[in-house]
Write a protein that binds this ligand. Structure first.
Ligand code: HEM
Ligand SMILES: N[C@@H](CC(=O)c1ccccc1NC=O)C(=O)O
Length: 279
């Protein structure tokens, strides 16, 4: 009868890794699995740490996809950009579902960890800030928490100063012959995006004749998917925070839920939403 042991032998699986690269070697699991260092005796701190570390790993991939999609858009390579934007939305959905695990932590369980967190907060996540900037939510004040770390500051600053995904999309629209005002094609990219009736008219011409502008239509829907998923992430964050700490101030110094609720009002790609009323 086949037992687990005989199966391993008949399948001829390699079993000796003394001289060759194993699974753990390739993935550097020694480093990853030794990076959980709870500061408190609380059982739930492992959940809290792993939730954040896995989120940061997904954010790393999200940034890679967004950075590469930005390059594709700049060079008019639409199909590869679509592939990367689809993956970016799936990653965002993954991050949305991750809140279900964290929401199993109750207020008393989190209260046992919170005193050990000091002034640290997700507000200081440099990868998250790069994502916000890549998506066009520019705010110079958000650079300051990274001033003490030149390498990270340089990375956040480069996303801050570069055109966002939406800026690159408008430049692409113009290159494809759709009129977009000049001050949207060249501007100070560090300034927050301001909605415009002319830009809405540009997207409306795409949505009124999708068969003539199939690529741009698809691009607009990929961007809408991404903002849709990001809104869900923000909502799950603020709701989880409310159920765990109520209306306490955040360790990062903000009002907490009041600050996160304000972030729910951020609209990344405004004309892609407003145009729908006119269709
Ligand atoms: C019990 C769990 C959590 C609580 C109580 C919590 C609480 C908060 C609070 C109060 C803020 C506002 C800034 C401050 O004053 O601290 C904040 C910001 C933030 N948190 Fe969390 N958070 C939790 C979990 C997470 C997780 C799992 C992530 C995922 C990486 C995360 C990422 C962030 C980010 C990126 C910000 C900045 C948001 C922005 O500036 O728009 N948080 N969090
Ligand atoms: N801002 C949170 C603390 C917090 O959640 C946190 C602390 C350290 C590392 C990551 C965190 N997560 C998200 O803000 C609080 O006020 O409880």
């Amino acid at each position: 009868m086949a037992t687990p042991e005989t199966i391993v032998h008949t399948e001829k699986a390699q079993l000796d890794f003394s001289r060759s690269m194993s699974y753990g070697d390739y993935l550097h699991l020694d480093q990853i699995l030794n990076a959980q260092r709870p500061l408190s005796p609380a059982h739930d701190e492992m959940l809290f740490i792993i939730q954040h570390q896995t989120s940061e790993l997904w954010m790393k991939l999200l940034l890679t996809e967004l950075g590469s999609a930005l390059g594709d858009l700049r060079e008019d390579r639409l199909p590869p950009a679509f592939k990367k934007l689809t993956r970016a939305s799936r990653i965002m959905e993954q991050l949305v579902h991750a809140w279900d695990v964290l929401a199993t932590m109750t207020p008393p369980e989190y209260s046992a960890i919170r005193p050990f967190l000091g002034p640290s907060s997700g507000f200081q996540s440099f990868q998250y800030r790069c994502i916000e900037f890549a998506l066009g939510n520019k705010n110079a004040a958000m650079l300051t928490p990274h001033a003490h770390h030149p390498e990270r500051l340089a990375m956040v600053q480069s996303f801050f100063e570069a055109p966002s995904l939406y800026d690159e999309s408008l430049r692409l629209l113009a290159r494809q012959g759709i009129p977009v005002p000049q001050n949207y094609l060249e501007r100070d990219w560090t300034k927050p995006y301001e909605a415009s009736a002319e830009v809405e008219a540009a997207w409306l011409s795409v949505y009124r004749a999708p068969e003539q502008h199939w690529d741009l239509y698809q691009l607009a829907e990929k961007l809408t998917d991404l903002e849709d998923a990001f809104r869900l992430w923000r909502f799950r964050h603020v709701t989880t925070v409310e159920r765990v700490i109520g209306f306490k101030r955040g360790t990062g110094g903000t009002g907490g839920v009041s600050y996160l609720r304000k972030m729910l009002d951020v609209v990344l790609f405004p004309e892609l939403w407003t145009l729908r009323t006119d269709l």
